[in-house]
Design a protein around this ligand. Structure first.
Ligand SMILES: Nc1ncnc2c1ncn2[C@@H]1O[C@H](COP(=O)(O)OP(=O)(O)O)[C@@H](O)[C@H]1O
Ligand SMILES: [Mg+2]
Length: 265
């Protein structure tokens, strides 16, 4: 169904800490207020000086202490780091689910950090897909209905729902399981429904938080092969968190989160 996964080498190198060289002047906005080029040559998403502090028991907990990151079109990027290092916090900020304490998140030239929740939600529904460790499917809906729901929410015309939802479920190898509900599917199958759901509305970016943590190693390899195929075929960038060293090998770029900052590995 899917070619064995392979590493892509031809994607551009991010301009920040991913390079062995000293930091280059950023092509992205930095704090200059100039948005990055929203077309295919510039970064799809740029994070600059990102900080997030939570209030815990009346005391500030500084989780992100100044993150810089560029994601380019058609990349598979992985974040690793010990539990509690702030990976989920960063993904939430990149997807506009949370507001930074300080710093900037630019998605296709749009300043998510400066926008209210309604505006961020509108962008997220159309242009970003999420995949979670625990699948996050609606239990009373079939696999097909779960995928169709993301097309409805994104405002895709009704006439396209059936063909697109079916094509996405076939793409993840579930053409014959479309009318099953989540509880009638294995963990790996449920995660594949979640992948179909995340790509259905043709987002440009997918954020996947430990998507292989609850499946066996064979299914994890299949999921990563699907991610490579999606990146190649659907003009999507996928940024995911993982602990699995075998999976990390397949990434275009790997970053390590430690002490509230991010370093290229
Ligand atoms: N909403 C929140 N309120 C308070 N503390 C939080 C909140 N979200 C995350 N944290 C804390 O921030 C730290 C990083 O969490 P998280 O981003 O989930 O890490 P990871 O995904 O790398 O395991 C943890 O110490 C966690 O307890
Ligand atoms: Mg997490």
């Amino acid at each position: 169904m899917f070619a064995k996964f392979r590493r892509r080498a031809e994607t551009p190198q991010p301009a920040d800490s991913a390079s062995d060289h000293p930091p280059q002047p950023s092509p992205a906005p930095g704090f200059s207020g100039k948005a990055p080029d929203p077309d295919d040559t510039g970064p799809l998403l740029s994070v600059r000086g990102l900080e997030r502090t939570f209030e815990v028991g009346g005391k500030p907990l500084r989780v992100l202490k100044g993150i810089d990151l560029d994601l380019y079109p058609r990349q598979l990027v992985m974040l690793r780091g010990r539990s509690g290092s702030g990976k989920t916090t960063l993904l939430n900020l990149m997807g506009g689910l949370d507001t930074p304490t300080r710093g900037e998140v630019w998605f296709r030239g749009q300043p998510l950090h400066a926008w209210d929740d309604d505006r961020r939600t509108a962008v997220r529904r159309k242009e970003i897909g999420f995949i979670f460790q625990s699948y996050a499917l609606l239990p009373l809906l079939s696999a097909y209905e779960n995928v169709e729901l993301s097309l409805r929410i994104a405002g895709v015309p009704r006439s396209e729902w059936k063909s697109r939802a079916t094509a996405c479920l076939e793409m993840v190898g579930l053409g014959k399981r479309m009318h099953h509900r989540p509880y009638e599917l294995s963990g790996g199958e449920q995660q594949r429904v979640a992948i179909a759901k995340a790509i259905a509305h043709r987002p440009r970016l997918i954020l996947a938080d430990e998507p292989t943590a609850e499946v066996d190693s064979q299914m994890a390899a299949q999921i990563i092969a699907m991610f490579r195929e999606i990146v190649a075929r659907e003009n999507i960038t996928i940024c995911m968190t993982t602990h699995d060293p075998t999976i990390l090998e397949v990434a275009d770029h790997v970053y390590e989160m430690a002490d509230g900052v991010l370093a290229a590995v």
